[in-house]
Design a protein around this ligand. Structure first.
Ligand SMILES: *[C@@H]1O[C@H](CO)[C@@H](O)[C@H](O)[C@H]1NC(C)=O
Ligand SMILES: *[C@@H]1O[C@H](CO)[C@@H](O)[C@H](O)[C@H]1NC(C)=O
Ligand SMILES: *[C@@H]1O[C@H](CO)[C@@H](O)[C@H](O)[C@H]1NC(C)=O
Ligand SMILES: [Zn+2]
Length: 971
């Protein structure tokens, strides 16, 4: 799956607020996808013989049907599945349903008198008193008859007990007739709704990964149980039916007096159930074809008419071609469909041949979308297309290896997007979006290793938990490191033989190491140890090291980096928290050839020894998954280079020096003042990455100090720092009339405006209010999409009810999701308490704010220093209502609790938080339970941090301001 929890650039770059991600000591935003769903109990109906009572609570038992993993006795070969989703509610029950028939041919590989097949929330129609019918494929033999059939709800099985044995080597066919609900629960076969031309329209669509194919039809629902599928969909005339394969034919038929159409799809390749997709909609499409592959982009008719699918269509062909060469393997299917859905839980899903997306992840409209929206489309498409081979053609045997699948796609998505948009330098951004993002989580004692043991991952909830930042972003980071030290050439060579060997089969992650080792051996690549042994230190233990380089002596040492140096590590590691660390480095701006390996706790590298004004810089371009600290003299030299000739240091490393320094200071390895000093040189910095890195780190300072006396000095200091950048953009955009050429420059323009307005630079206030007012006066929005988030936010912050109400009416009438997003965020920026309170009320009215957006809107409001206490009061006062109404919804609860308590740093707030926990013990906190405890822990850590740092920080900002009194702006 593509990343689900994604703070889009437009929102991530704060207006007057802080971004959501980078701040907390304890970050609970790591959940990328979660699927806690209401646990309805479904009982068999319509004559299903229930010879044993349906178990509803897990009881310790050794019965096969109480185990979450399928027995190994039966292997599926082929399925025939026919499904008929009803896109009108049943007049009697009001329910949306689907009906289906399925036939699975399987082989018996071990004699057994029991059939277990996954089934969840399906009701079966009786066949001779049973919930299924069994026949032998070979007409010469005979299948045993069914003694009893029942549903095992907890482990999600249809259980058939037989009166004789299925015989090893024989093939059988199991047929079922069933009904399921087409609910709006975003899992399995589900329903999405939208309005077009004043008409309510429905889509039937699917999300199977990880364990919901069994909610659409009975199946052996494990990734290693690959089979071929013949799919048929029944639908109303005129509707479009899609599945993994190409449609073979659509015919008019009559069923029970209904005139419907039946679309038959060509048989799929051998594949896993979690990659299936079935969609019936009224959508339109645009198409093209390259090298015999038909490429189509589907979306709501009005979106296609507005040409919003064109960008996706333009880049899909080149990206597919890129991956064909990268993998040295032709695209394995005859078509590639991609579809944008109004309701979708994750970011996107790599169903083989029919990829599903959120609208904001596939549709692009230059009139409304920012360059960050565009980047998101390019990278997510590349991510999903990469899975067509890595994941779909070759599949990991079980979910415990998910990190390899997702980490790999999260790494090569940058390579694919770079192919589509070579001018962006998008590959550099993996450092901000993945490496830094996951450093924050992986530096906590609550982190976990990339690799899990197969036996530890059994239940659907355990599988879902794996879709986190560690799997995606750490996976991507360590694979990038591996590719770097092997070199890209060796890495792809190994990858290509791996794909050839395992096509249409399943693997474990060590199979990839084996092929990379072969490639390394063949090319004579020098490594300090085997690929497997090197990678074990990164994959089997959690966390990462900080490498300390003492350039005065040439020694280097490593230590497990923990954000809280007092945290307790309770899990021992067989590698004692040591890593085999590849170090690329430079001396005085000259890149050293090859990789220096730190294999021990510490070691000496005479070539790293320098003196005088010489300096070394390690982890070039942050290809290594670790932080770096230096001896004080080398830090001083690096600061000197930054202030006099910063371009001697590569741009990624400038961003890294800032990020390392702030985090080393948080961990009390260096002083907070040293960290702050890395921001001095920003006056002369024009590049995006160092600024973004500094802003991410300063967000924590804003949170801790925006209600204290430090704030004034900090604002003045930062205003001084950003003024040059603001003037620079004023110049190159010819008084804000042009868009900067470079992709990164466009991002940094947003930073310049956001920080200038946030620190109260008059010229910035004038700029944003003028732009916004012209929109209000003329009704004509001339604000460039890149700037909309920050302009809207700052103009609403500077304005009153008139501005707010105007933006609200635009929000209500927005026809494109990205524009509505920007407005919804900006509405939280007002400084009027009554408007914020009213907006809070709106969040619980689904006519005003869609349910899926309620909690994130409350969090936006809490990020506003004025909204903070209002949001906290609101959440406390409405807790039981919020909990019952929104409690079923997945991960948003922990975001809500972390979001509204993020600024907490006083004794009083700590007491309130503890009281909140006690008061609502009876209601509970659902998926936010962990977040409540984390918030308490974070508040205590913040209190401690402030008491240890406030005086020093105040003094430093004051002295900086006194050194550089504010100058006046001239344009
Ligand atoms: C399945 O059966 C249960 C119990 O009879 C019933 O409540 C539910 O509505 C049925 N579901 C469908 C989709 O028919
Ligand atoms: C199928 O039915 C549709 C409308 O119900 C009609 O337009 C179409 O011509 C029919 N096709 C055939 C082959 O009969
Ligand atoms: C599945 O579909 C293919 C055509 O794609 C057809 O040749 C084959 O007979 C079908 N198999 C079954 C069992 O219906
Ligand atoms: Zn993915």
């Amino acid at each position: 799956m593509g990343k689900g929890f994604f703070i889009s650039k437009a929102v991530g770059i704060g207006g007057i607020f802080v971004g959501v991600a980078a701040l907390s000591t304890i970050i609970a935003l790591s959940v990328v996808y979660s699927q806690e769903r209401s646990k309805n109990i479904i009982s068999p109906t319509e004559g299903g013989t229930t010879t044993k009572p349906t178990t509803t609570t897990p009881v310790p038992s050794n019965e096969p049907w109480d185990k979450y993993r399928l027995p190994k006795s039966l292997l599926p070969i082929h399925y025939n599945v026919k499904l008929w989703p009803r896109l009108k509610p049943d007049p009697e029950t009001g329910l949306f349903i689907f009906t289906g028939e399925s036939e699975v041919k399987f082989e018996c590989v071990e004699d057994t008198d029991l059939i277990l097949i996954h089934s969840n929330k399906l009701n079966y129609t009786s066949q001779n008193g049973n919930m299924a019918a069994l026949t032998a494929v070979n007409s010469a033999s005979k299948a045993p008859s069914i003694l009893s059939s029942r549903l095992q709800v907890v482990t999600q099985y249809l259980v058939l007990e037989l009166d004789g044995k299925l015989e090893k080597g024989q093939r059988y066919r199991l047929s079922t007739i069933f009904t399921g609900e087409l609910a709006d629960d975003l899992g399995g076969f589900y329903r999405s709704e939208y309005e077009e031309g004043g008409v309510k329209k429905y889509v039937a669509t699917t999300q199977m990964q990880p364990t919901d194919a069994r909610k659409a039809f009975p199946c052996f629902d494990e990734p290693a149980m690959k089979a071929c599928f013949n799919i048929t969909l029944i639908h109303d005339p005129g509707m479009v039916a899609l599945s993994n394969g190409k449609a073979v034919e659509t015919t008019n038929i009559t069923i029970d007096g209904h005139n419907v159409q039946q679309t038959v799809f060509e048989q799929t390749e051998k594949m896993s159930t979690y990659l299936l997709a079935f969609i019936v909609s009224d959508f339109a499409y645009v198409s093209s074809s390259t090298d015999e592959v038909l490429i189509r982009i589907f979306a709501r008719r009005s979106a296609i008419e507005a040409n919003q699918g064109q960008y996706a269509l333009n880049i899909t062909g080149p990206i597919l071609k890129f991956f064909e060469e990268y993998y040295n393997y032709s695209y394995p299917l005859p078509k590639s469909d991609q579809i944008a859905l109004p309701d979708f839980n994750a970011g996107a899903m790599e169903n083989w041949g029919l990829i599903t997306y959120r609208e904001t992840a596939l549709l692009y409209d230059p009139a409304f979308s920012s360059n960050s929206n565009k980047q998101r489309v390019a990278t997510i498409i590349a991510h999903e297309l990469a899975h067509m081979w890595f994941g779909n053609l070759v599949t990991l045997q079980w979910w415990n290896d998910l990190w390899l699948n997702e980490g790999f796609a999260s790494y090569v998505e940058y390579l694919g997007a770079d192919e589509a948009e070579p001018s962006w330098n998008v590959k550099d951004l993996i450092v901000l979006s993945d490496v830094h993002r996951v450093f924050a989580v992986d530096a906590l004692s609550s982190s976990h290793p990339l690799s899990s043991k197969e036996e530890d991952i059994q239940k659907p909830a355990q599988i879902s938990e794996l879709f986190d930042a560690i799997s995606y972003s750490k996976g991507a980071s360590v694979l990038r490191m591996l590719s770097d030290f092997l070199t890209e050439n060796v890495f792809t060579k190994g990858l290509q033989t791996y794909l050839r060997e395992f096509a249409f089969k399943t693997t474990v992650y060590k199979d990839l190491w084996k092929h990379l080792q072969m490639a390394a051996n063949e090319t004579g690549t020098q490594l300090p140890d085997s690929v497997e042994n090197i990678m074990n230190t990164w994959v089997l233990q959690m966390g990462f090291p900080v490498v300390t380089i003492n350039a005065a002596t040439g020694s280097a040492s490593q230590q497990h980096f923990l954000l809280d140096p007092n945290s307790n590590i309770t899990t021992p590691s067989e590698f004692s928290y040591e890593w085999i660390v590849p170090i690329r480095w430079m001396k005085n701006g000259v890149t050293q050839v090859g990789v220096t390996w730190l294999k021990e706790k510490s070691d000496t590298f005479p070539e790293m020894k320098v003196s005088g004004t010489d300096w070394v810089l390690a982890n070039l371009n942050v290809t290594g998954y670790y932080r770096v600290n230096y001896n004080p003299e080398n830090w001083e030299q690096l600061l000197e280079v930054l202030s006099t000739n910063h371009e001697m240091i590569p741009v990624i490393n400038r961003a890294q020096l800032v990020d390392d320094a702030f985090n080393l200071a948080r961990a009390k390895i260096i002083s907070t003042v040293l960290a702050l000093r890395t921001t001095n040189y920003l006056k002369n910095e024009r590049d995006y990455m160092p600024w973004e890195s500094a802003l991410n780190n300063l967000d924590f300072f804003y949170l801790m100090f925006d209600r204290s006396e430090v704030y004034g000095y900090m604002q003045e200091y930062l205003r001084n720092q950003v003024q040059g950048l603001f003037e620079y953009y004023h110049g190159i955009t010819e008084n804000w009339t042009k868009v900067p050429e470079g992709h990164m420059d466009q991002y940094n323009q947003v930073n310049a405006i956001s920080l200038a307005c946030r620190t109260g630079l008059d010229e910035c206030q004038t700029l944003v209010t003028t732009l916004f007012k012209s929109w209000m006066d003329t009704g004509n929005n001339t604000i460039h999409p890149n700037l909309r988030s920050t302009v809207y936010c700052n103009a609403i912050a500077a304005g009153g009810a008139k501005e707010w109400n105007f933006a609200w009416s635009k929000f209500e009438n927005a026809t494109i999701a990205t524009e509505a997003e920007k407005l919804r965020y900006a509405l939280a920026c007002t400084k009027e308490s009554w408007l914020l309170n009213r907006y809070l009320e709106y969040t619980l009215d689904s006519e005003k704010i869609r349910k899926q957006d309620a909690t994130s809107t409350i969090v936006y409001i809490a990020q506003n220093v004025i909204g903070q206490s209002l949001a906290w009061d609101f959440v406390r006062a409405r807790w039981s209502y919020i909990f019952t109404e929104y409690g079923g919804g997945s991960f948003s609860f922990s975001n809500l609790i972390n979001g509204v308590t993020e600024r907490f740093s006083t004794e009083f707030e700590l007491q309130q938080l503890k009281q909140f926990k006690a008061d609502n013990a009876d209601v509970g906190f659902g998926s936010g339970t962990l977040a409540v405890d984390q918030s308490i822990e974070r508040t205590e850590a913040n209190m401690k941090w402030i008491s240890e740092n406030k005086d020093e920080v105040l003094k430093w900002f004051r002295e900086e301001v006194e050194k550089n009194p504010a100058r006046t702006f001239s344009s």
